[in-house]
Design a protein around this ligand. Structure first.
Ligand SMILES: CC(C)(COP(=O)(O)OP(=O)(O)OC[C@H]1O[C@@H](n2cnc3c(N)ncnc32)[C@H](O)[C@@H]1O)[C@@H](O)C(=O)NCCC(=O)NCCS
Ligand SMILES: Nc1ncnc2c1ncn2[C@@H]1O[C@H](COP(=O)(O)OP(=O)(O)OP(=O)(O)O)[C@@H](O)[C@H]1O
Length: 205
């Protein structure tokens, strides 16, 4: 197939819903994944393209000794102060948008998974996607999984969740839902079934 315009499946979900786990399962089936969280990490790593802009906007204290953005300090700031979050997003989102688009266009699998935590919240991504797939689980389970993974306190995770669309808003925008309230094996089985659907849809375009 030629891929001037690959079939793009947008994958989203709230923090800790299981986007990465679902993306890994698609990747295991040979599907290319473009992950905007990973791109955001590249941009803010040591020598990342966004670092000069971050230092100009937030001061040198937001750059750690290794040259990368101090993620703990930035997280504490932006989920307490929505104007600081806007400032950070104004720097990062155009760069993330551009790099993710380039990578989608270069992808060479039957379709592409574009994983974006803020997909529902952002027209930039919604407009690009041929299909929207939401990874869903109850908020309390998101909270428990994130606390276990990151060691963040409950209030810190709740502050991040408050900066995101609600579960109902995401479900209302979904073409497909991956219920991740069960085991990882159940998640993988659901991904296998959706993969069949997406291969069929992509080849029909
Ligand atoms: C705030 C930062 C420093 C926290 O870093 P940390 O290493 O703790 O988290 P990480 O980057 O791995 O993101 C984890 C999750 O946090 C949530 N999250 C991240 N940024 C945002 C945001 N701007 N608004 C709401 N939720 C967010 C998402 O669910 C994401 O999957 C970092 O997330 C960041 O730089 N965010 C701004 C860029 C952005 O909006 N990224 C989202 C992808 S487009
Ligand atoms: N079905 C499951 N059963 C048990 N643990 C799970 C399941 N799905 C995901 N997890 C675990 O929960 C945590 C969050 O999952 P994951 O990182 O995939 O979510 P995410 O949506 O990508 O999160 P973020 O928004 O923070 O990037 C991880 O530690 C993961 O291993």
């Amino acid at each position: 197939m030629t891929h001037n315009h690959p079939f793009i499946v947008g994958l989203t979900g709230g923090i800790g819903s299981g986007k990465s786990a679902a993306a890994d399962a698609f990747a295991a089936l040979g599907i290319e994944v473009v992950d905007t969280d990973a791109i955001a990490h590249e941009l803010t790593g040591a020598n990342g393209a966004a670092m000069p802009l971050i230092v100009a906007a937030f001061g040198p204290a937001m750059r750690g000794p290794d040259g990368a953005m101090d993620r703990n300090a930035m997280r504490a700031l932006v989920f307490e102060d929505s104007s600081a979050r806007k400032r950070l997003e104004t720097i990062l989102h155009p760069l993330i948008g551009q790099l993710s688009q380039e990578r989608c266009l270069r992808a060479d699998s039957p379709y592409v998974i574009l994983s974006v935590p803020l997909l529902i919240e952002s027209e930039r991504y919604r407009d690009r996607c041929d299909r929207i797939c939401v990874v869903d689980c109850p908020s309390e389970l998101q909270l428990a999984r994130v606390m276990k993974r990151s060691g963040l306190a409950e209030e810190e995770v709740r502050a991040i969740m408050a900066a995101q669309a609600t579960r109902d808003q995401r479900l209302a925008a979904a073409d497909d839902v991956i219920d991740n309230s069960g085991t990882l094996a159940q998640l993988e089985a659901r991904v296998c079934a959706l993969d069949q659907t997406y291969r069929r849809l992509a080849s029909a375009v």
